[in-house]
Design a protein. Structure first.
Lengths: 328, 378
């Protein structure tokens, strides 16, 4: 049987390798690679934006999601995408602003132009900063996002009380800035006190555990800021599990369906929505513009926020910023 | 009578042949699987991309070698430990610890004005020693206090995680001199293919633009380091008394003890060795990514154990080889790279690796069962 099996296999492989030539037609359009940071609704909505732009411009895209956050996982996928040899642009969210410089430099060396979305390399200033090779950085103004969260929390708490931050990893450009903006924002209110910031390594279960522990340790905790999808999920669900809905105010960054449900249930008082769809669409549009020889592409674009609360959550103008992933 | 005995002789000759066949199949199946995997990806990547993407390229071969370095290094120490019927679950966070400590030491020494090269060498040495210490402690507790390795190393994994996060403040440790990044990203040989190209030894040719795109790095330094470690491991496990003792302890600890093997001391050395290989993986991470990261190794721990099992190391101890672990790590890396190039969701990788892990153990058990049955019949 082994000979026959081998023969069938070889014939199959030969057949497979002949088929394509019939369908090959070299096109004069760029091929895009999309490499997000991790699988989550934020990046899935960004992918919708990427796919829409790709369809509008008649391009091809290769999308690959890392299963966990971090350079050890993102880099082998990046290397394989470079090794394809057919990509012209790479739209990516670097999982570390320092550690991903060398791997992404090798993409540039191989002739691929890099656009960073959501997160950035170096300090995000691609004109005068330490890293200038990416074409553009498209993302939220995260320090401002942190400030918005702090001010909103101060408003619902009447300008006083103990607050806590659920953060992801230190070293991630975006969430670090949100934490920083939040601390700045809280410092505008003398009667508010930051009692801690924990790092959940972008793991929802860890976020639930850490928040539950904090709720025990600080019985008069008044408010929590969850800096991204998993952090807000953990914070919201720990508050729910402790039966403290309404007593502890949660501000959720990222408008996932779960965050919106928690808003409706009274666990979350405010949801700050980023615009991942805009990031994805714009990144492809910039790649296309560069391909056509446009030279005035902005090195940095901030995409802004939509602030969602219980009063405007059903307003279609606001609700369209909720992260809607098909099939969920 | 004569006919009966000659038919018996034929039967026993057939049994011997079958036995040999079973042994060969159990030994080479992983190689065959790897070869089939490469053949499959070569054909399917080429055909699905309409001929624009090639799996079998020099660049991709170097990618795959780079991708396996941390998994393989962790797996090499683990190979020794598992052959001696133990397990080391602390490898991931010990690797992170070494990465953080080496980066901290290098950044500090350079800030204090030490020259770049000695600072890097010293930082790397201290990083590896820092990883050997938790390994040594694992070994002492397992050998002397007779606590199962599973529990001791699980505990050590949390301790190493805590220490590395404390030392780094949860941050990536930056401030590395340029030589660190060069070591992690430059290579022994460079090849510029095509017009005006050539082969360059040690020195990276100073090219830009289109020529830079044709530049391939051959044998990046982390791959060279890993190859040296593989060679040492091959020698130690298969050619020395240390290796024979490792198999003996895994086969039957009591018998090894009675035969005069210094079992406790040997077990301590095995876990220290596992710490050292993780330490090497950690310093290579610091070099490759130009910074120390405590979370560097955590996602690679389970793949490294999977590589060892696919390579035919028995979880009951006593069986296994260094070459097997290399094949196991290669199978995992080829799967990752191939699926990305096919543009299939890489999550399929987990399912395939899972199936291969179970298959590997099934083949080992079938081998033992078939041979056992043959022997009881003969």
């Amino acid at each position: 049987m082994s000979k026959r099996f081998l023969l069938t296999l070889i014939l199959g492989l030969v057949a497979l390798s002949i088929v394509p030539f019939a369908a090959t037609a070299q096109m004069e359009k760029p091929k895009i690679g999309f490499l997000p940071g991790v699988v989550d609704p934020f990046y899935q909505v960004m992918e919708i934006g990427v796919n829409e732009a790709v369809a509008d411009f008649g391009l091809e895209v290769v999308t690959q999601y890392p299963q966990t956050w971090g350079p050890s996982v993102q880099t082998p996928i990046l290397e394989a995408m470079i090794a394809r040899g057919d990509l012209d642009y790479l739209i990516t969210a670097p999982t570390d602003k320092e550690q991903m410089i060398a791997p992404l430099q090798s993409a540039v060396d191989a002739g691929i132009k890099v656009i960073t979305v959501d997160t950035f390399l170096g300090d995000g200033d691609y004109v005068n900063g330490p890293v200038t090779f990416p074409l553009s950085y498209i993302g939220s103004d995260n320090v401002e996002g942190g400030r918005i969260a702090a001010r909103a929390l101060a408003e619902v708490l009447g300008g006083k009380g103990k607050v806590y931050v659920q953060n992801t990893n230190v070293g991630v450009s975006t969430t670090e800035q949100r934490g920083q903006g939040f601390i700045e924002g809280i410092s505008e209110f003398p009667e508010m006190e930051l009692v801690g910031m924990d790092y959940n390594l972008d793991d929802a279960n860890t976020a639930v555990e850490q928040t539950a522990a904090k709720l025990q340790a600080v019985p008069d905790l008044a408010g929590i800021f969850g800096v991204n999808v998993f952090s807000a999920y953990g914070a919201g669900n720990a508050v729910k599990a402790a039966g403290l809905e309404g007593k502890v105010q949660v501000i959720a960054f990222d408008a996932t369906k779960d965050a919106i449900q928690n808003l409706r249930d009274g666990v979350v008082s405010l949801v700050i929505a980023q615009k991942p769809h805009d990031m994805g669409y714009l990144a492809v549009a910039f790649a296309m513009a560069d391909w056509r020889g446009v030279t005035s592409i902005p090195k940095h674009v901030t995409t802004g926020y939509a602030v969602i609360d219980i009063n405007n959550v059903d307003d279609p103008e606001v609700a369209r910023f909720i992260y809607q992933v098909p099939g969920q | 009578m004569a006919a009966e005995s000659s038919s018996l002789a034929i039967a026993s000759a057939r049994t011997a042949r079958q036995k040999q066949l079973v042994l060969i199949v159990s030994r080479v199946w992983a190689w065959v699987f790897l070869a089939l995997l490469i053949a499959f990806f070569t054909a399917s990547v080429f055909s699905t991309s309409g001929g624009s993407v090639n799996f079998l390229t020099l660049r991709n071969s170097q990618n795959i070698l780079m991708a396996i370095t941390p998994v393989l290094l962790m797996g090499l120490g683990q190979t020794f430990v598992i052959i001696a019927a133990g397990i080391d679950l602390s490898v991931g966070w010990v690797m992170g610890l070494a990465s953080v400590i080496s980066a901290l030491v290098i950044a500090d020494l350079v800030a204090q004005g030490m020259a770049e090269t000695p600072a890097i060498v010293l930082g790397f040495v201290i990083g590896v020693i820092a990883a050997a210490i938790p390994g040594f402690i694992n070994g002492v507790i397992i050998a002397k206090l007779r606590i199962p390795s599973f529990i001791v190393t699980l505990g050590m994994s949390f301790i190493a995680r805590g220490i590395s996060l404390l030392l780094s403040g949860g941050n990536v440790v930056i401030g590395q001199p340029p030589g660190v990044r060069a070591f992690g990203n430059e290579s022994l040989l460079y090849l510029i293919s095509g017009e005006g190209g050539g082969l360059y030894f040690l020195q990276r040719p100073n090219v830009t633009g289109e020529a830079l795109q044709r530049l391939d790095r051959i044998l990046p330094w982390p791959v060279v380091v890993t190859a040296i470690v593989v060679a040492i491991a091959l020698f130690v496990l298969h050619k020395t008394q240390f290796g024979r003792h490792t198999y003996a302890i895994g086969g039957n600890r009591e018998a090894a003890l009675r035969a005069g093997v210094p079992v406790d001391r040997h077990i301590i050395m095995l876990y220290t060795l596992s710490g050292i290989t993780c330490g090497i993986a950690g310093i290579l991470h610091t070099a490759r990514f130009n910074g120390g990261s405590s979370i560097a190794g955590d996602p690679l721990m389970l793949p490294s154990i999977a590589a060892v099992i696919i390579g035919g190391v028995s979880m009951f101890g006593g069986h296994g080889s260094v070459a097997g672990t290399v094949i196991g790590a290669l199978i995992i890396a080829v799967l990752t790279t191939g699926l990305v190039m096919l543009n299939v969701q890489p999550f399929w990788q987990f399912i395939v690796v899972g199936i291969v892990v179970i298959l590997a153990v099934l083949i080992d058990q079938a081998r033992d069962l078939i041979i056992g049955r043959m022997e009881s019949q003969g």
